[in-house]
Design a protein. Sequence first.
Lengths: 209, 209
Amino acid sequence: MTRKTAQARRVEVLGETVRQIRAGGMSALRVADVAAAMDVSAALIIYHFETKEKLLAEALMYAAESDLRKLGRIMREPGTPATRVMAALEWYAPTGRARGWQLWIDAWSFSMRDKVLAKVLVDLQGQWTDAIGGAIDEGVAEGVFTTENSRDAATRLTSMLDGLAVRMLVHQERIGRLELHAWLARQVELELGETARKAIACGVNNSIP
Amino acid sequence: MTRKTAQARRVEVLGETVRQIRAGGMSALRVADVAAAMDVSAALIIYHFETKEKLLAEALMYAAESDLRKLGRIMREPGTPATRVMAALEWYAPTGRARGWQLWIDAWSFSMRDKVLAKVLVDLQGQWTDAIGGAIDEGVAEGVFTTENSRDAATRLTSMLDGLAVRMLVHQERIGRLELHAWLARQVELELGETARKAIACGVNNSIP
DNA sequence: ATGCAGACTGAATAGCCATTCAGTAAGAAT
DNA sequence: ATTCTTACTGAATGGCTATTCAGTCTGCAT
């Protein structure tokens, strides 16, 4: 058994934990399984994380951080506010089997009983809302978007996507990429005005063939 | 200990189970707690339901059925399609502390691992979509609503409400009754055309002071 | 009255898993 | 080399709860 620094080991454990949650859901997660997959003892996990609950919270933070890094990258990319908003929403949106979403639906359920988890989620959602809301504000400043309240608009847009994720994962509805995109574009037009739609249509032609 | 017919006892147990799930969530549910609240033995619960998992599935069905009965009542009430659609959506919408919704968010999470539960949920959502979609169709026939596909419109509307429920319960966002109503009305207008808004405005003045 | 079906119970049982703990050893520091 | 920190382990332990089981009791049918 090669020893590793605590830091390296923690990251390794978090990665495996997230992988297993994605595969089987949070309630099926066993400390022993994570350990077995890494070929270490279960005691090691507890040694590094103290309790399973804390492991779970940290694992979610870990997953959230990687999501947020991606969001940051999208927001820093060159382009208009319209393309940025749309890129962010498209990436937020559930696609295909929506693997990643199962994690968050589980997290919603767990967070209602775990304050630490709840805080992670509030924070994560806050950052999404701020990022998208911020891009909307830019668009408003440039005169491309129209909205009363950019945060509220962002909330409604992401809420609809959350709901659609539930439709796809829980209710097994198949919603195609194009269909989803069309729904999203409609919604963006309602929220941000018709000039938004035109701005988006241009951006989209560049990124979606 | 007064003895009851199996049927009566089962209903009683289901009621208490749903109450406890609403109060503390599905994962906190203990057979012993349900029994204690009814002042019977835990063995009795198992005697009637065989296993906790089956109890859970039946309890969700029970909750779903009572929701659907209410939906049926709303749909049979006299009034225009516009008032019916709006009444259904208003009732579906999360309000206040949105107690009832915790149950369904839990159910989403559980259903991803339990096929029986998944089926209950698919069915429940199907009936909501059909009911709202049906009322929309009526409205279209009367020329009040305009939409390409009534089921898709119903899906989008209920999806947004699901997402808002998550915002309220998980992310602790306070969305006021009036605000929610305004958002809903906007959305209905987008989905069903502007004559829908007017029709709704009339109906709403009757029911909301 | 008597029997009987079946609702109901108390007291085990048993399985599952997180967590503990006493100790081992790897690698850095000296 | 020796020490020392600390990552790591194997083998308990302990707590929690669903489930079982061997009966008990109740109200109905005969």
